[in-house]
Design a protein around this ligand. Structure first.
Ligand SMILES: Nc1nc2c(c(=O)[nH]1)N[C@H]1C(S)=C(S)[C@@H](COP(=O)(O)O)O[C@H]1N2
Ligand SMILES: [Mo]
Length: 249
């Protein structure tokens, strides 16, 4: 499916989100403006979307935290994971499925051969710390375009190998963040293969949102229409426990 269709879907979502605010803006200058309320509404929706597409700040290498902290799950407590780790994750597969034309199953080698993006960004955790790291990997948009996301998909869900307090960790984003240029599937931190503590062998980087959105130990990417029927229905492990689904920074 085309990016144009995805952007229209995203715009429709933004429009729904901003109806209240826009109605107010339009109402406040009623009669005094050359723009119709509908035109203002579109302009406001466009501005909100453009704001969501803005890049997160990127830092120079001198700003790197060479001992990047590990938080939440710091490994996956399973024999399968330990066996995979022992082979350098040679058998790890990332599945791309759900509402796509062509499901994919990718090895680390497949992922390393795609066009890569490297970015130095700051991760902010709700627990009150932040750290700057250099992340490398392909953009999620490349995988989504390769799989062909169907028009009825509204969200991308990230499945993880680890369990925390007895539940599988998972996360999700809308199409604006899924197609954001800094949304990458990282296999390297500070120029080295991703350490186990930071989500080896693959983890998401969702740079415009808080740390808990950046799913570690990534096993699958799923295009879905809604997450009502996934676990607690709130779109993520921490969201099911009361955190905001949209954790924009
Ligand atoms: N699979 C998985 N992903 C996760 C977590 C987790 O526990 N499991 N913790 C989240 C939280 S709260 C933060 S702040 C970051 C921590 O990433 P780091 O360990 O690389 O610092 O990962 C996020 N992604
Ligand atoms: Mo966090």
């Amino acid at each position: 499916m085309s990016n144009g269709v995805k952007r229209r879907t995203a715009l429709a979502g933004m429009a729904a989100l901003f109806t209240g605010a826009c109605a107010k803006v339009a109402g406040s200058d009623a009669g005094s403006s050359l723009l119709s309320a509908a035109e203002k509404w579109h302009l406001a929706a466009h501005r909100a979307l453009a704001n969501r597409q803005a890049l997160a700040r990127e830092y120079p290498r001198t700003a790197l935290d060479l001992n990047f902290p590990a938080n939440g799950s710091v490994t996956v407590d399973s024999d399968a994971y330990r066996a995979s780790q022992a082979t350098g994750f040679a058998d790890w597969r990332l599945q791309v499925g759900g509402l796509v034309e062509t499901p994919l199953s990718l090895s680390l080698e497949n992922i390393r051969k795609l066009p890569q993006r490297t970015q130095i960004t700051r991760q902010d955790c709700v627990e009150g710390w932040s750290a700057i790291g250099e992340w490398t990997g392909p953009q999620l948009s490349v995988l989504l375009d390769a799989a062909g996301v169907k028009p009825e998909a509204n969200f991308i869900v990230f499945r993880c190998a680890d369990t925390l307090y007895g539940s599988q960790y998972y996360e999700s984003v809308d199409m604006v963040d899924a197609y954001h240029p800094q949304t990458i599937i990282a296999h390297a931190l500070n120029g080295q293969p991703l350490p186990v503590g930071n989500g080896a062998p693959l983890r998401m980087r969702i740079e415009r949102q808080l740390g808990y959105k950046h799913a570690k130990y990534l096993t699958a990417i799923e295009a879905v229409a809604s997450f009502d029927d996934i676990d607690g229905g709130q779109g993520g492990f921490w969201e099911d426990r009361g955190y905001q689904w949209y954790a924009g920074i």
